[in-house]
Design a protein around this ligand. Sequence first.
Ligand code: NAD
Length: 266
Amino acid sequence: MNVAIVGAAGRMGGRLIHAVLEAEGLKLTGAVERPGHPQIGMDAGLVAGAGELGVKINDNLAVVMADADVLIDFTFPDVTLQNLAVCAELGKLVVSGSTGFTPEQRAAVAKFAEKIPVVLAPNMSVGVNACFKLLKEAARILGDEFDVEVVELHHNKKKDAPSGTAVRMGEVVAETLGRDYHQVANYHREGMCGERSKQEIGMQTVRGGDIVGEHTVYFIGMGERIEISHRAMSRDMFARGAVRACQWLQDKSPGLYDMQDVLELK
Ligand code: NAD
């Protein structure tokens, strides 16, 4: 399976190049960056510290996708939508880890996925996806008696907040408890904001240094507390998850899938 990576010179792009090189049945044939990026024309392997690969970083996705079966996209929602338009036109598969989509942008992704198979997941790690499953079970057992708060920590370069993973964790709990996440998510407490309501799910964000990504969901009851936590030590497990998604996607029909589908956790 021939793979192209967009955002190839980014933090995730570099780790994705290493992961594709290590993966069985995958070959890196293309690397894309934004027009004007200083590393356009350079060897993608050298930029990633993986040795020379003979794959130059290009700024034209359509040209690169002529040789590729699947695009791995870890960029930003507006860029991902442009990339999906190109891939839908060419009939290519897409695995995207971009985060920060608005509900309207997610609907636009779903529209493209009517034409091509797409995996979109705010967190590609196997551990985090196991946490989603554990959260569902915890919320089901604990019900409305426990207050739920989500706290996430990330590096100081992260552009969106709260993280896509934290939002998904909040959504999983809300769905299990029969609540509408967008109605009950509370992102801000300040001053005389009053007592905590029973239904709300607190969403708190910490930014600093080089933290790869940490998430904790607190289920807080009277006299006891359960914490379900995930800590990412490096970006490699996100990249390995994306590779696994490519391998899984190759014989799938058009549709919008997530890592729960890839890992068969549904
Ligand atoms: P980054 O800023 O280091 O990398 C993004 C890259 O995209 C940059 O190199 C940038 O130049 C490139 N880019 C921007 N516009 C482009 C365009 N129009 N065409 C081609 N390339 C373009 O960011 P990062 O830390 O690698 O994160 C990228 C995305 O992946 C973010 O949305 C982040 O939240 C997400 N992420 C997801 C997971 C997951 O498991 N799903 C894990 C980590 C990060």
